[in-house]
Design a protein around this ligand. Structure first.
Ligand code: Q0Z
Length: 287
């Protein structure tokens, strides 16, 4: 890394550094988490796949909304970005009923105040995509909130703006993914404000770590869907009878290789770019 970057934050699988007053460096590691636990075994190139995908989608969506990306470093896993004042909500869009959305629907018939038709099954396609914001929990899980709670955090004007943009971005990316045989079930976006107070898309965008991607040819509503990227790891971890508490299990070579291949396949299908080409020239994804 370059001169005197100061470490300012750690996510489960990413690190954040300050480059200078206005710029940050986001570094995606090869760590993988499953059932919310980071495993001791890494997936080679996972961080590069996620960084490349995120960069690709930032470039593809720049006409919809400005984003924080300044450049991709030659290592393929590091993004130089503009430092923003992040909004205190996660902007989630759901086209399908999964995860906490499914849990909330089962309990109340609603998700974040959106009343849904009766009789939906797990993983059902929703009549239309819905904006389902959540709070950013410092520890533990984000909490789904309704429009009024989100408005209290960001104001009505900002809420309407991020809702509109999030739905527009989900529509653009889910249509492209669908045309390639991949369902974008849901996605989490994070917006911030630049020094002029303009809304900017930040963090990561449309990666397997921030979205649920499902293979369309295996889609079978009525239960949980296999994850495009992590299913081998989940299946292996469960086959051990692991209780999903730390520490997680080490992964055998075959599971690592199979999972790496799934990440690379997702990258190549979604971007239309050979992963080797990306490794040679990361800026390629920016078009
Ligand atoms: C992203 C996170 C990570 C730990 C803050 N452009 C930005 N401006 C200001 N803040 C952020 C960004 Cl991306 C920001 N996070 C999430 C990422 C490690 C936390 F790599 N936190």
């Amino acid at each position: 890394m370059s001169e005197a970057a100061v470490h300012v934050g750690s996510g489960k699988v990413r690190e954040l550094y300050e480059l200078d007053e206005g710029r940050l460096l986001l570094v995606a590691s090869d760590r993988i988490s499953v059932f919310d636990v980071v495993l001791p075994t890494e997936i080679p190139d996972k961080g590069r796949v996620l960084t490349g995908l995120s960069g690709f989608w930032f470039a593809q969506t720049r006409d919809v909304v400005a984003n924080h990306l300044l450049s991709l470093r030659p290592d393929g896993r590091s993004t130089e970005c503009r430092r923003l004042e992040m909004l205190p909500i996660e902007c989630v869009v759901r086209g399908y009923l999964s995860g906490s959305g499914w849990k909330d629907y089962l309990a109340t018939g609603e998700v974040c105040g959106h009343r849904l038709p009766a009789g939906l099954v797990e993983s059902a396609k929703l009549p239309e995509p819905i904006f389902t914001p959540a709070t950013k929990a410092q520890t533990g899980h984000d909490e789904n909130i309704d429009r009024a709670a989100a408005v209290a955090l960001v104001g009505e004007e900002r809420f309407d703006e991020v809702e509109r943009l999030s739905l527009q971005l989900y529509g653009l990316v889910s249509e492209r993914a669908a045309s390639l045989g991949i369902i974008l079930a849901d996605t989490k976006l994070e917006f911030g404000l630049d020094p002029e107070g303009r809304l900017v898309l930040g963090d990561e965008a449309f990666t397997p770590d921030s979205s649920r991607f499902w293979p369309a040819d295996e889609y079978a509503p009525g239960g949980p869907q296999p994850s495009f990227d992590k299913q081998f790891v989940r299946d292996y971890a469960e086959s051990l009878g692991w209780d999903k508490n730390p520490p997680g299990p080490e992964l055998p070579e075959g599971v690592v290789a199979g999972t790496r291949a799934r990440y690379v396949e997702a990258f190549e299908r979604l971007t239309g770019i050979a992963f080797d080409e990306y490794l040679a020239r990361p800026q390629l994804v920016l078009g």
